[in-house]
Design a protein around this ligand. Structure first.
Ligand code: DAH
Length: 370
């Protein structure tokens, strides 16, 4: 009988090892049922115990018992190894390769007009100008009248106007904010028993005109107005401020030129031009300055006494200067864009191709995200 036990153990362990080698779960389960199951070989041996002579029962019984334990231990160990191996195989198969390069996300970019606007606002902020905004639907009074452009005055021909009612319009320039700001500041000061404060503002915003749209005219565009008022500002301050800003925007080497011009709300009025940043006057076929060597960039002047008065500032005691520039125009210059209509096409591909114009200062050449 004891020999039977040894033989059984040898066969059992042999087939267990074989099933383990094959990593065969089903074979393992089959093995368990064959040897350790309720109908299995061990049970059968146990059932025989009762038929043995009394003196043999004890030894045989404990031999079967310990065989059962050894088989149980061997089975558990095999089962564990097979499970581990199968799990590892699975993990191996499902492994994520973290070394693969990621797929780039499409990235938007700031519209060139926004970029210019914020660069211009920052250039003036460096000189203490605060940015304020005003309404795009404006009263005739602020857009024209208080700026010294009375009804039926021929100067109105300088602005082609989109009327909303007979007294209201889409503002044709950002200049109305000159009077609005002065009025607000002087009224507040007066209420508090103070004299009107000095002002330094820029007014970025949309403006509208009844225009025939072409390469250089849109019916909607952006301007930046500027106003400085205090007790002693002079035309040389105006020149200093605007030259400094031209250099911040177009490079420190810029030269500026002021020539007389007429705007009803300033006296004297001027047009500011700077030397061409692309060819510096050397290329008669230059695409930026068209060979003239100069680029006109804005209108400016000393605030007209009537406008100061309309704003609640005593022209005997206060002086100021004002200026207005077109954001589209500055952007076209910076990028060498020759058609204003491109700005409103909303074509991202187009802006991906935009680079700064030849000869542009290094500081402009920011990375354009692809
Ligand atoms: N408002 C003028 C325009 O739209 C631009 C301008 C010229 C503004 C001279 C000013 C200035 O403040 O002083 O054509």
């Amino acid at each position: 009988m004891v020999e039977d036990i040894t033989a059984l153990e040898t066969t059992a362990l042999g087939s267990l090892t074989a099933a383990e080698h094959r990593s065969d779960r089903q074979a393992l389960e089959q093995w368990r049922l064959t040897y350790l199951g309720s109908q299995g070989q061990i049970r059968q041996l146990m059932r025989c115990i009762g038929q043995l002579p009394l003196e043999e029962r004890r030894t045989f019984g404990s031999a079967v018992q310990s065989l059962a334990q050894r088989l149980e231990v061997a089975y558990k160990a095999s089962e564990q190894r097979v499970s581990d191996r199968l799990l590892n195989r699975e993990l191996e198969a499902e492994r994520i390769d973290v070394t693969l390069p990621g797929r780039p996300h499409a990235q938007g970019l700031i519209h060139p007009l926004r970029q210019t606007l914020s660069d211009v606002v920052r250039a003036f902020a460096n000189l203490g100008f605060q940015a304020v905004e005003g309404p795009e639907v404006e009263w005739d009074t602020y857009n024209f009248e208080l700026l010294n452009i009375p009804a039926n005055h021929p100067a109105r021909d300088m602005w082609d106007t989109l009327w909303i009612t007979d007294r209201m319009l889409l503002r044709t320039h950002t200049s109305p904010m000159q009077v609005r700001t002065m009025r607000m500041a002087s009224a507040t000061a007066r209420r508090q028993g103070n004299e009107p404060p000095a002002l330094r503002i820029v007014v970025p915003g949309r403006t509208y005109r009844y225009e025939q749209v072409d390469a250089t005219h849109e019916s909607q565009f952006m301007q930046l107005e500027g106003l400085l008022v205090d007790h002693q500002s002079s035309f040389s301050d105006l020149k200093g401020v605007l030259t400094d800003v031209a250099r911040q925007l177009f490079g420190q080497a810029r030269k500026t030129r002021f020539r007389c011009d007429y705007f009803p709300f300033v006296e004297p009025g001027a047009e500011l031009a700077m030397d061409c940043f692309a060819c510096e006057g050397r290329d008669p076929h230059c695409r930026v300055c068209h060979g003239s060597g100069w680029i006109e960039i804005l209108g400016c002047g000393m605030v007209h006494p009537k406008v100061l008065e309309n704003g609640g500032y005593d022209p005997q005691r206060y002086r100021g200067f004002a200026f207005g520039l077109g954001i589209e125009r500055i952007t076209m210059l910076r990028h060498g864009i020759d058609d204003i209509r491109l700005f409103y096409l909303n074509d991202v591909q187009l802006w991906r191709q935009v680079r700064y114009a030849p000869g542009a200062p290094r500081s402009w050449n920011r990375e354009v995200p692809e």
